[in-house]
Design a protein around this ligand. Structure first.
Ligand code: DLL
Length: 422
């Protein structure tokens, strides 16, 4: 049944992208495949992958399969111009997304009688509005908190008595810590369940969150390119692995080195094909997220296959306080500043519940030779930190160091030290 529906939808989407998106026509032609080659679901394997670079090359709207007059919403991942990923939605895409997010809330045991505190960021990030529309679709009462203003969030949690909370897992711990500092007994709030995602987290973090907040913590997965939050979601009954909404997304795991499709159960890179999206359909999109598929039945009774928690990435993307950052984006900002050398180190750590980013970067001899050295250095540090915040949305501590003090590399540079123990 499901397979028949998937095949019908897959055929439609492959036809559509071939006829409406120049990129797909070109890469299908190059790979000598045509939409008619899809006879079974397995035939998808013969089609080329789509990468993030392809999206960048077609920035901002080149991959859209409908005219802009049909696009009712745009979202984007953070990034400097030309480097962020822009996604578009038709009215029907928004309806589908809301429906799938509503399914996620149902999987978390929520109904229209619940109050949902939504602390995912509202804006270009898909978390806030994605969860918001899903909560409304369910008929629950949604509190559109967005991120930040932590003290105010604690007050709202006490006064409005939400039964569910949506935010990144690290922010959940941050809230718990702030609440405790304010003398609030966080376990006695009405919260019952949390829907946490947008960044990697571990079983240990789950236990800690459940313990400090006195709730059940569930994992939700998604990415802007495929839709936003709600591509896959854990259920309250199973609490192990996230059910993938396979009536809307086809999933494969591949060996990131060779591109070979792996059997279910083996760890590899997740590749998604959207089969119902109108504005921004993607065929075989390489997520760079490493996970594995779980095909054993779940005790909740859902027959949708599951994906395990994301175990890492096959590229160098960092997620810092929920914001996706590529070292190359930081590099581009650094190099645009006069006096800065192309030698830098990024040190990512976690202080308590908060991710920290320190950027060490070399400056040229002439900066150190300057009589007003200290002042000049301080100004430069401030300027770099401001640019990083303005372009990428993350706070960083910038430390300028003397020329030739940072490590040099003979092969591939390794400029990131991720010291977080999640
Ligand atoms: O993070 C969408 C989202 C919002 C998901 C709210 C869940 C909740 P992007 O900003 O495009 O979209 O980032 C997508 O975040 O490729 C993963 O690397 C990572 N990610 C998302 N969810 C999880 C998760 C949103 N549950 C990127 N566990 C993805 C680990 C996750 N990593």
């Amino acid at each position: 049944m499901l397979e028949a529906l998937q095949l019908k939808r897959l055929k439609q989407v492959v036809q559509r992208v071939y006829h409406t998106v120049g990129f797909y026509r070109r890469v299908f032609d190059e790979a000598s495949v045509t939409p008619d080659d899809i006879k079974t679901l397995d035939d998808l394997k013969r089609f080329p992958f789509t990468s993030k670079q392809d999206l960048r090359d077609n920035y901002p709207f080149g991959m859209f399969a409908v005219p802009m007059s049909s696009v009712v919403r745009l979202h984007a991942s953070s990034g400097t111009t030309g480097r962020s990923t822009v996604v578009g939605y038709t009215k029907r895409d928004i309806d589908t997304w809301s429906e799938l997010m509503a399914r996620c809330f149902v999987a978390a045991g929520l109904t229209k009688n619940d109050i949902i505190h939504n602390a995912y960021g509202y804006g270009l990030f898909t978390g806030g509005l994605g969860a918001h529309y899903g909560a409304e679709k369910l008929g629950a009462s949604v509190i559109p908190m967005s991120g930040g203003n932590t003290k105010r969030q604690i007050m709202i949690l006490q006064d409005f008595g939400p039964t569910a909370i949506c935010c990144t897992p690290s922010y959940a711990l941050n809230l718990a810590e702030q609440g405790k500092a304010m003398g609030v007994d966080m376990r006695s709030l009405k919260l019952r369940v949390g829907i946490f995602g947008a960044e990697p987290w571990s079983e240990k973090m789950r236990q800690e969150i459940e313990n400090v907040l006195g709730i059940k913590a569930l994992n939700i997965f998604g990415l802007s390119e495929i839709m936003g939050p709600g591509v896959a979601m854990e259920c309250l009954e199973g609490r192990h692995g996230m059910h993938i909404f396979e009536d809307h997304f086809l999933v494969e795991t591949i060996n990131p080195e060779t591109g070979e499709v792996l059997p279910p159960g083996e760890e590899g890179e997740l590749v998604f094909t959207t089969i119902t999206k109108e504005a921004f359909p993607l065929v075989r999109y390489r997520t760079r997220d490493l996970s594995r598929l779980i095909t054993e039945p779940c005790r909740c009774g859902r027959t949708l296959h599951r994906m395990d928690r994301v175990m890492g990435r096959s590229d160098d993307m960092l997620i810092i306080r929920g914001v996706n950052v590529f070292p190359s984006q930081i590099e581009a900002i650094l190099l645009a500043i006069k006096g800065v050398e192309p030698h830098y180190q990024l040190i990512v750590d976690r202080a308590g519940t908060l991710d920290t980013l320190e950027i060490q970067v070399e400056v040229g001899e002439q900066v150190f030779a300057n009589a007003d050295e200290v002042k000049v250095l301080q100004n430069m540090e401030r300027q770099i930190a401001k640019d990083i915040k303005d372009y990428l949305g993350v706070s960083a501590k910038v430390k300028l160091v003397e020329p030739k003090t940072l490590q040099r590399f003979e092969g591939k540079a390794s400029r990131v030290q991720d010291k977080r123990r999640i």
